[in-house]
Structure formats: structure tokens, C-alpha cells
Design a protein around this ligand. Structure first.
Ligand code: 13P
Length: 252
């Protein structure tokens, strides 16, 4: 059975002290929560990863990275490698976030290299993709999503998909307060699963967790998560408040 996953992408937020405080509050909020078949994930900034790992040692929260370079090591000023992340105990990485595509020129080519490096280093990858507003308005959204998946993931062997988590994040819904409706999310997630099934097979498609991201809040999480092909969420703004994030976790 595929896993439910609620992941908080903290983006460029939280100092060391704020990181410690938020984890402490989250730990308290989640203490009594029954989490069968569910992963709860947070992605703090690189500088706070090690502290976050220490502070989550005795609870269910997993700490993951927001990005990673594809090279093993070398002259890549400001970058972080798979080996470095592994050495501090990080085993999962978010790749392909639309903010990285938009502001840091990540392309399908560079993302293919990153995903391949991550898989070769036994990471789980939360792979983000999704259409822009203009694509949806021109009814090209299914095509865009299919191309994003094909260009980066569809050379992978079937076996690699046990380490892939998909995160559909329509760009027009990120940080805008404009959520895709639960039906829009379900429609796209079913399309994604069918696309995986055609390329690989139905069993593989059924096994992959597909998360929705884009203005998920405590007041809409339950409806979105109730859809059969939505296996959880990738949460931005609401993951920065312990009460909101834990309410979203409880909605899964
Ligand atoms: P918001 O939840 O703030 O819209 O951000 C979504 C996101 O980008 C998660 O990666």
C-alpha cells in the first residue's frame, strides 16, 4: 500500500532558534496523533538540517533537504552534495520545486542529473512539477505535466520508483491562497497515475505516492486529502506554524 505523506517545505525561513522552537511545538502537537502508514516530513534550510535531525531523533518527524547538486564534489561554490547530506543522516531530497526552476534556472536537463544522482545515492526524491497559470488557461496543463514527468523521470528503471514521491504543485496555486479545487487535484493526480501506468505498469502506478501542493491550509486539507489519488500534501506557508501544520497532518 502506498504511503500517505505530509511534508512541510520551509523554504528560506527560520533561524536556528526558530527551527528548534518550531520542532518543539510540532512535537507537542503531534504527540497523541496516530500516524499509521503516514510519513511526516519537514524540510528546513541546509544550515539548520543537522540541528533539526538532532531535535527529531525521538519522534516521527523526518528531516529532508530542499535541494541538492548532481555532482559528487568539486568546484561548485555554494552547493551541497548527496554525500554531504548522507553524512548528516538526510535520506530524502525535494527536487524540481517551481521556485528553483523559476529563480535558479533549473531545467529538465539539470533535474534529470539531480534525480539520477539522488537515486544512485539511495535517496528518496520528492519530485515537484506543475503547470503555470497560462498553461491551465490555454488548457495545456495535462500536456505540460506529462512532458515534465517524461523529460526527467521516464528514463528511470521501474525499480527506482520505490524511491520517488511525486508532488503536483500548480504554480498558480503556490503562495497565492488560490488552491486547486479538490476535484482539479484529483483529476490531475489520476492523469499522472494513468501516465505512469502507460509508461510502466498499473502496479507501479498504484504504488507511487502523489502529493498535492499549493495553498494547502487547515481549512481545505481534509477535502483535498479525501480524494482517492491524493496521497498527501507538500505544504509551504502553513508548515511554518505548528498548529496549522499539525492540523493538516491530522487531516490525512
Ligand atoms: P504554499 O503552501 O505556501 O502555497 O507553498 C506550496 C509549496 O510551494 C510547497 O512546496
Amino acid at each position: 500500500m502506498r504511503k500517505n505523506i505530509v511534508a512541510g517545505n520551509w523554504k528560506m525561513n527560520n533561524s536556528l532558534d526558530q527551527t528548534k522552537a518550531l520542532i518543539e511545538d510540532l512535537t507537542t502537537e503531534l504527540k497523541e496523533v496516530q500516524l499509521a502508514n503516514t510519513r511526516v516530513i519537514i524540510a528546513p534550510s541546509f544550515v539548520n538540517l543537522q540541528q533539526a535531525i538532532q531535535n527529531t531523533e525521538n519522534n516521527v518527524i523526518e528531516v529532508v533537504a530542499q535541494n541538492m547538486h548532481y555532482a559528487k564534489s568539486g568546484a561548485y561554490t555554494g552547493e551541497v552534495s548527496a554525500e554531504m547530506l548522507t553524512s548528516i543522516g538526510v535520506k530524502t531530497v525535494i527536487l524540481g520545486h517551481s521556485e528553483r526552476r523559476a529563480y535558479f534556472n533549473e531545467t529538465d536537463e539539470s533535474l534529470t542529473e539531480k534525480v539520477n544522482t539522488a537515486i544512485a545515492n539511495n535517496f528518496d526524491v520528492i519530485f515537484c512539477f506543475g503547470e503555470q497559470l497560462k498553461d491551465r488557461e490555454s488548457e495545456n496543463h495535462f500536456n505540460i505535466v506529462e512532458v515534465q514527468l517524461k523529460n526527467v523521470l521516464f528514463e528511470l528503471p521501474a525499480d527506482a520508483f520505490k524511491n520517488i514521491i511525486l508532488a503536483y504543485e500548480p504554480v498558480w496555486a503556490i503562495g497565492t491562497g488560490k488552491t486547486a479545487s479538490a476535484d482539479q487535484a484529483q483529476e490531475m493526480h489520476l492523469f499522472i497515475r494513468n501516465t505512469l501506468s502507460k509508461k510502466y505498469d498499473a502496479k507501479l502506478a498504484e504504488s507511487v505516492s502523489i502529493l498535492y501542493g499549493g495553498s494547502v491550509k487547515p481549512n481545505n486539507a481534509e477535502e483535498i486529502f479525501s480524494k482517492p489519488d491524493v496521497d498527501g500534501g507538500l505544504i509551504g506557508g502553513a508548515s511554518l506554524k505548528a498548529k496549522d501544520f499539525s492540523a493538516i497532518v491530522k487531516a490525512i
